[in-house]
Design a protein around this ligand. Structure first.
Ligand SMILES: Cc1cc2nc3c(=O)[nH]c(=O)nc-3n(C[C@H](O)[C@H](O)[C@H](O)COP(=O)(O)OP(=O)(O)OC[C@H]3O[C@@H](n4cnc5c(N)ncnc54)[C@H](O)[C@@H]3O)c2cc1C
Length: 509
């Protein structure tokens, strides 16, 4: 077996060149996980279970076709890899056989921009931020701004059904896709631009979006682009509670004045977001929350995380209200102004207190940095994770309160409501807790996830709005899909008959 694998490695070297094939320990350690917090906990306790056997960096489709051919012949497990910023374990090497990571980052070129039809054709390994800047320099934008824009790729966005911060205006990634070129697990090249989309044929792109590398490798994509907006307004309001804020967002979205960015924070998240105000924050709670707000010191964090129930109870004393920020953008200044004025009227109807521009501007200044502060909690011996669920307007508040209730004594919890639409909204929960050893930490972490997802399924809400499924939500996804799971298995057999693509994930048997 090892002799065979040595031959396979030699073959890959002859195919890609020595530099682009690695089984070096540093590389296999790095690629043993994505940013799924359960695996970050494991690495903090020195547990590294899932090292891949090889990492490959192909430069074009032809090399990928050959990789897939060898993988079929030798039943290798191929794991497509963008930038590894996924937070659900979707790139974890789980096969008992040989696990091969195929990192797409060398395939990062803009292939074409059709400025007349506003379509960008780009290779899948392109990282978000440099790509966006190249378009900005020409006066265009993709309109896709995930908080991970510095460290995620086009292929990763597509394979996990990503959402950017301006999804209320531009839609999620699946709304931007015009065409895809995919090499399936069978080794066939599918170019959806060659298949005329019609009422009868349906949209083939949607089969591959969200497939998490289990059907094939996305090599390039046609994405719709937009003129870079010339005008922008900033608004912020404080509402007495989340119910009033949610009513305001719903009405703004249903009257087309919700803006590009619309985010409502619960009391605790607002307290943190409004950290710049001169309002007094007294006592122990002040110390704790200021530490959560970025000025972390181990000792405080350790204390905070050891008493989630106490901290959750203290947070209920916050009476500052719930912050809403709204950014309107567009190319017609009068239209942008009109939307802002209309949204202010709606906010006033629900007793929103106008807080001016600064909280919204502050959000914009920090829009890509906030998530990275979480690493300090891991360094302090705790863990933190986020969960992005979604539901229709009639159940948003109920879902929020029910999750808070079941988690009250298990983790410190806060939330904001972003990605609003006409019919519903996503809730982004952040929870943090602590345990003294690896087994307790994993047990605690998994119990929190199970408790929350049980509530989500119980209310027939959606278990993932944009982070995807990976390993973390697989069990609940199967429950949610019920017999529908069989349909996905049929697709899997059609595109990947030998089951070589990303074993143990979404479409796997
Ligand atoms: C700090 C931080 C903030 C985040 N903010 C957001 C956010 O605002 N919005 C959001 O949607 N997500 C967010 N995420 C999650 C993550 O960034 C997204 O899921 C992103 O789309 C993953 O892209 P990636 O290139 O890193 O993919 P990876 O993590 O490398 O892979 C993700 C999945 O896609 C598959 N895959 C990757 N490339 C290909 C390809 N070419 N063909 C087929 N399959 C492929 C992999 O096999 C895996 O199943 C955040 C993560 C972090 C760490």
């Amino acid at each position: 077996m090892e002799r065979d694998f040595y031959k396979i490695k030699k073959y890959f070297i002859s195919l890609l060149g020595e530099r682009w094939v690695s089984d070096n320990t540093k590389d296999t350690m790095y690629y043993n996980r994505d940013l799924w917090p359960r695996e970050i906990i494991a690495s903090k306790f020195g547990v590294f279970k899932n090292k891949p056997d090889l990492i490959l960096w192909p430069k074009n489709e032809e090399e990928i076709v050959n990789i897939i051919k060898i993988a079929n012949e030798h039943k290798l497990n191929i794991i497509p890899f963008g930038a590894g910023s996924g937070v659900c374990g979707a790139t974890l090497p789980l096969s008992q056989g040989h696990n091969i990571i195929v990192d797409t980052k060398r395939m990062n070129k803009i292939l074409n921009v059709d400025y007349q039809s506003l379509i960008l054709n780009v290779e899948a390994g392109a990282i978000g931020y440099p790509l966006e800047i190249q378009l900005n320099n020409k006066g265009f934008t993709i309109g896709h701004f995930p908080s991970s824009i510095y460290c995620s790729t086009v292929g990763g966005w597509l394979a996990s059904r990503s959402a950017g911060q301006e999804s209320s205006r531009y839609g999620k990634i699946e709304d931007m896709v015009v065409s895809l070129r995919v090499i399936t697990g069978h080794g066939e090249i599918i170019d959806t631009s060659e298949i005329v989309s019609s009422e009868i044929s349906g949209d083939l792109n949607q089969l591959f979006i969200g497939s998490e590398g289990t059907l094939g490798i996305i090599c390039s994509a046609g994405l719709s682009i937009n003129y870079l907006p010339k005008f922008k307004t900033y608004s912020s309001f404080i509402f007495k509670n989340i119910e009033q804020g949610l009513s305001a967002i719903r009405e703004m979205m249903q009257n087309d004045v919700g803006g590009s960015v619309i985010r409502l924070y619960d009391e605790l998240d607002s307290y943190i977001a409004l950290g710049h105000t001169k309002e007094k924050k007294e006592g122990l709670f002040k110390k704790y929350v200021e530490n959560l707000n970025g000025d972390f010191s181990d000792i405080f964090l350790k204390r905070i995380l050891s008493f989630p129930q106490l901290l959750n109870s203290l947070s209920q004393l916050i009476t500052q209200g719930c912050l809403l920020i709204v950014l309107h953008t567009g190319n017609e200044s009068e239209f942008v102004k009109y939307c802002q004025v209309k949204s202010h009227k709606i906010a006033e109807k629900y007793s929103g207190k106008n807080m001016g521009e600064e909280p919204a501007k502050k959000w914009e200044r920090n829009r890509y940095s906030i998530s990275y502060k979480q690493s300090k909690i891991f360094y302090a011996g705790g863990f933190v994770d986020t969960m992005e669920v979604a539901t229709t307007w009639d159940k948003v508040a109920e879902l929020y309160h029910e999750v808070k209730r079941v988690i009250q004594d298990k983790a410190f919890l806060m939330a904001h409501f972003s990605h609003a639409y006409q019919d519903g909204c996503s809730i982004y929960f952040t929870f943090a807790a602590k345990a003294n050893n690896y087994n307790d930490a994993i047990k605690r972490y998994e119990r929190i996830w199970k408790n929350i997802l049980d509530v989500v399924l119980g209310l027939k809400a959606t278990i993932s709005h944009h982070h995807g499924i990976g390993v973390s939500k697989l069990e609940h996804l199967r429950k949610q899909l019920g017999e529908g799971t069989e349909l996905f298995k049929i697709l899997k057999r059609a595109f990947d008959p030998n089951n070589i693509m990303n074993k143990g994930k979404f479409f796997s048997e």
